[in-house]
Design a protein around this ligand. Structure first.
Ligand code: TYD
Length: 680
């Protein structure tokens, strides 16, 4: 995966030895996934008579699959480093082939468990040998692409294996029922044979792989437990990272719950092994979709909020999956569930990349990976016994009976847990406190963005006037300031650009018609610079004194003129302004909405830089102002600029009256009197 614009000498797959290793890895991954599916299905089929025993039997396979890596992982890593890597992988592949092939012939549950433990122990040699080989075959600058390709086949083969398993189960069923010699045998046998052959193919590919340099670049893997404890020491104290990790593990656990009980759940719904494969595959198809489309989804919504939301929705979907006893619906919901988990995972990963400082990032990732493994083991290990203990209960509802069994219970618990974790993550990480989530989501669905920061809690009141050229906002803001002063308030009337010493010089540059060469970005930055100075020297001090601040133009002008008018990325303009103002948002913004045709004809004198822009420019500006107001109606008053001025004034007075501090000081106070406390 080459980033556009970055030149790489040749794709990493053009490298023949790496391509061979990668192909072997892909085939093995496919085999591994088939293995999980076939063995859990076989375990379930071997212990079919009792629901409880069946649940425990399937749980046993998952535990056997994960235990060796957790207990013996670091040990094997050290050993793997002492042997010739190519021979290690070759021998491991042959051994895996033989063991897996024996399973359908032995056909006993004990052997399923023993064989699983053996295969996993062998994997402990195969995987580090492979990991250590990659850097030997690939130049350093291509390692990242190589790792991405590895990741792609590790997870990308899961849905393929699931579909393959579903197809093989169908074929297997037909074969076992038509060939008398095989009758009574299990259809999973075919999947296991294909699985074994995958290891054989890998053995051949590895054997013919020449020229792996021996023993350089030793790998050392600290124990999982050590990684977890050390990692927590680093990330535990960081509120945002804590929220992220809890959320990601929650998403992982929810997915684990589904995978863990899928076989018995599907069985209870009347589906066979093929249906199990489909449900299993649906999780991964969903995850892939989520990871691919997630970052493009609801661009206007804060990533942190989308993260918490995705997990919460995943939890709710999981509860629904548990309660709906209809296989096709369950499959569809499982795709949605996978998608939510995928979104959470990819956004979580990206957020860690973006927001966690450099020195902490590596540890955070490895902490996450090790805790994810432990979480998965715990969930899968606990899920089946819980299902087994609960057993099957049938709710007799007169007309029809509703079955609620252990797998339903596990899924409900998983769903409730994920919902709780999602809400926790939303709370922990919310970067838009004060903006209601539902309104924010609705706006994002419409492609609009609600105010990034909530109104700051200051003793004073902050009102901004916005509008296009000749809208009359300057006149109106003056009238309102006078009206407020008449009532005894301390009012600071100000405007942008140019209300500070530096601001006046910036204004001269900005509005000078001779400066036509000014680039759009420079223009946006100069307005933001003026605003930063304005907020720091004038607005904020006044608000903290408890004064009323009335400004003629504020951030929205930049969003409208530079964002929409000059077609800069609105998100960029919004970001630099949020930074420039320290997130200060007016309590009320009065938008005097006037069609540009009307406004422009009202102007007298020579046109400045901006007034001289064509009509379409001013149309875009107007549209953006209206959009901003529509996205946060509680913080805006939109008045029709074509109405008679006194009507406009009246409307503004009425609205400001609602948010004025109470009680309004009358004759007893003089014009510079102190402000009464503000109602929140
Ligand atoms: P000004 O003479 O104050 O006129 P108006 O009465 O229209 O406010 O000029 C301000 C000009 O600067 C106006 O054309 C809009 C433009 N402007 C921006 O483009 N971006 C901004 O952020 C601000 C504050 C103003």
């Amino acid at each position: 995966m080459t980033a556009p614009g970055r030149r790489r000498p040749a794709h990493v797959l053009a490298n023949a030895p790496f391509r061979r290793l990668w192909t072997a890895m892909s085939v093995c991954s496919l085999g591994d996934w088939l293995n999980i599916l076939a063995l859990t299905a076989l375990a379930g089929n071997l212990m079919q008579d009792d629901y409880r025993v069946q649940s425990l039997a399937i749980g046993g396979v998952f535990v056997a699959k994960m235990l060796p890596a957790i207990l013996l992982g670091p040990l094997a890593g050290v050993f793997a480093d002492r042997f010739d890597r190519r021979l290690t992988m070759f021998a491991a592949d042959l051994a895996r082939f033989a063991i897996v092939l024996s399973i359908p012939f032995v056909h006993s549950y004990q052997w399923v468990i023993i064989a699983t433990l053996l295969v996993e122990c062998i994997n402990l040699f195969w995987v580090p040998a492979k990991d250590a080989t990659v850097p030997n075959l690939v130049p350093k600058e291509q390692l990242e692409s190589a790792n991405q390709l590895n990741l792609l086949v590790t997870y990308g083969t899961a849905p393929i294996a699931a579909m393959l398993f579903a197809a093989l189960s169908v074929v297997g069923d037909v074969v076992t029922s038509t060939v008398p010699f095989l009758s009574g045998r299990d259809a999973t046998g075919l999947a296991l044979i294909v699985n074994a052959c995958a290891y054989l193919v890998s053995a051949f590919l590895i054997f013919t792989l020449r020229g792996i340099p021996k023993r350089d670049g030793a790998i050392s893997t600290p124990s999982v437990l050590k990684q977890v404890i050390e990692g927590w020491r680093f990330v535990g104290g960081h509120r945002m990272v804590r929220g992220l990790i809890i959320g990601m593990l929650g998403a992982f656990a929810a997915g684990g719950a589904v995978v863990g009980v899928a076989k018995i759940y599907v069985g209870a719904l009347g589906g066979g092994d093929a249906a199990y494969g489909v449900v299993f595959g649906a999780v991964f198809v969903g995850m892939a979709l989520g990871m691919f489309f997630g970052p493009r989804l609801l661009r206007q919504l804060s990533r942190r909020r989308l993260f918490g939301l995705a997990i919460t929705v995943a939890g709710l979907v999981l509860v629904t999956i548990a309660l709906v006893h209809n296989l096709p619906i369950v499959v569809m919901l499982t795709v949605v569930l996978g998608a939510c988990a995928g979104i959470a995972w990819i956004i979580g990963y990206t957020l860690i990349g973006l927001e966690v400082e450099d020195g902490l990032r590596g540890r955070t990732f490895s902490f996450l990976q090790s805790t994810a493994r432990v979480t998965l083991l715990l969930v899968v290990a606990v899920a089946n016994p819980v299902a087994a203990i609960f057993g099957v209960h049938v709710l007799d509802l007169g007309e029809f009976a509703y079955q609620f069994d252990g797998s339903n219970l596990v899924l409900v618990i998983g769903g409730v847990l994920a919902t709780a974790v999602g809400i926790l993550a939303l709370r922990h990480m919310d970067d838009k406190k004060g903006v209601p989530l539902t309104a924010d989501v609705i706006a994002a669905v419409r492609g609009e963005r609600l105010g990034a920061e909530p109104a700051e809690h200051v003793p004073g009141l902050f009102v901004a006037f916005e509008g296009g050229e000749g809208s009359g906002k300057t006149t109106q803001s003056r009238l309102i300031a006078i009206w407020l002063r008449d009532q005894g308030y301390d009012v600071v009337q100000t405007r942008e650009p140019g209300s500070t010493k530096v601001g006046m010089r910036l204004r001269a540059i900005l509005l000078d018609a001779a400066e036509r060469g000014l680039s759009a970005r420079a223009e946006a930055l100069l307005y933001a610079a003026d605003r930063a100075e304005h907020v720091e020297k004038v607005i904020r001090p006044a608000l903290y004194r408890g004064s009323l601040v009335v400004t003629d133009r504020y951030v929205d002008s930049s969003l409208a003129y530079q964002g929409a008018g000059r077609a800069l990325d609105p998100e960029d303009v919004s970001k630099i302004n949020a930074w420039a103002t320290g997130g200060l948002v007016p309590h009320l913004t009065v938008l005097i909405d006037t069609p540009p045709q009307v406004g422009l004809t009202r102007l007298g004198g020579a046109a400045d830089r901006i007034e001289a822009e064509p009509l379409e420019f001013h149309e875009r500006v107007r549209k953006e102002f209206r959009k901003l107001a529509a996205a946060a109606p509680q913080r805006y008053l939109v008045v029709d600029g074509t109405l008679p001025p006194e009507v406009i004034t009246r409307q503004i007075q009425d609205r400001i009256h609602e948010i004025l501090p109470d009680p309004v000081p009358r004759e007893s106070e003089d014009a510079t009197g102190t402000m009464p406390a503000i109602r929140d």
